[in-house]
Design a protein around this ligand. Sequence first.
Ligand SMILES: Cc1ncc(COP(=O)(O)O)c(C=O)c1O
Length: 410
Amino acid sequence: MQPAIYSGCEYMSERIDVSRRAAAIEYAIRDVVVPAVELEKQGHRIIRLNIGDPLAYEGLPTPEHMISAYKQALDSQDNGYGPSYGLPELRQAIAKSETDKGWHCSEDDVYVTHGVTEALQIIFAAFLEQGTKVLAPGPHYPPYMAYPQMYGATTVEYRLNPHDNWRIDFEDVASKMDDSVRLLVLINPNNPTGNVATPAEIDSLLQIAKEYPKCTIISDEIYDGLDFTGHMSSTASRSNSVPVITLNGVSKVYFAPGWRIGYMAWHDPENRLELVRDGVERLLRSRLCASTPAQHGYLAGLLDEHGWLEGHRSRVKDRLDYCIKRISKIDGLECEAPGGAFYLFVRIADQRVTSDKQWVLDLLHEHHVLVVHGSGFSPEYGLGHFRMVCLPPIEILAEAFDRIEQFLGD
Ligand SMILES: Cc1ncc(COP(=O)(O)O)c(C=O)c1O
């Protein structure tokens, strides 16, 4: 390295340290894209089954009436800053949609954010301190592990049982609860496993949380409209004492993840969250607001009829069913049929495979199919698995499975 010359003095140019919190961030779903892009640059066609983005594939577009509302906001110069907690008419529509799910949600209980991901950052910033804990399902969507450490907290995983359709292991939850747990997370339907908790299971989780007065439940219901079991139930609707923050948005069920609009809806039956809510509101004001025209697009989605969703749902279900059928015929791969969302979390049954990440990289390099290693969703409970997105049209999925079969036969 050349020494830097400055004002007649010679300094060795030194690398500036990255903070430990940034260096510790991992997001497996996008981290695996780095080698895929390299292969694409070399001219290879990669079948990407890594990102849960319906827009990346044919046949699952954002509904036209939502796009028109977004465009109309742009055309009428509705491009200014909006209120920090969200447009009042959108907060009202979200409150109504949550109330329709069975609990009393008022406009003031709703805060609109840049996606559920921003809601998580704000919640963690307001709830967590050094030494506190988040108890999250293992496996889980990666930010539940990545973000809490930024606030000196740790994420502890509770076990989802791989031998029982990834249901919650309640004994494990109970054994890991203590007074330092500030947030108990339910992802329902779950990403990556697709398990949908039954109302009785939600009640059991609430029962455990009830013993710990400092504990709030985060219920991430971003896939709630993609429930194929018929028993999906809002967690807030079942709680009459434990505080529940429901997360949802436009990304999955309204098929517009690039708009970056989500929300948190606060259910606080015993008024325990007053102080932390003040903190959340301060944080929301300090980051100004969510995108104004995109909020208009989401509003149209909430207010208009939802008949279109049935077509999208049945397309997702057909694609999921196709994947389950193909996996069931492949020696060396096993998976449970998911109850919701659009992923399969597949077990690599070959005992010789010691690293799921290496397996994923080998599949990528040798047969150009991109999936995500299970350990990226849980270093403990995801090990030995991979997650695939089942959203592409069936002919693309067919080609992906042909390639996976060749890989396993090599
Ligand atoms: C469980 C879960 N929550 C949240 C998100 C991200 O939501 P948003 O796009 O609203 O930030 C995802 C994305 O895959 C997810 O799987």
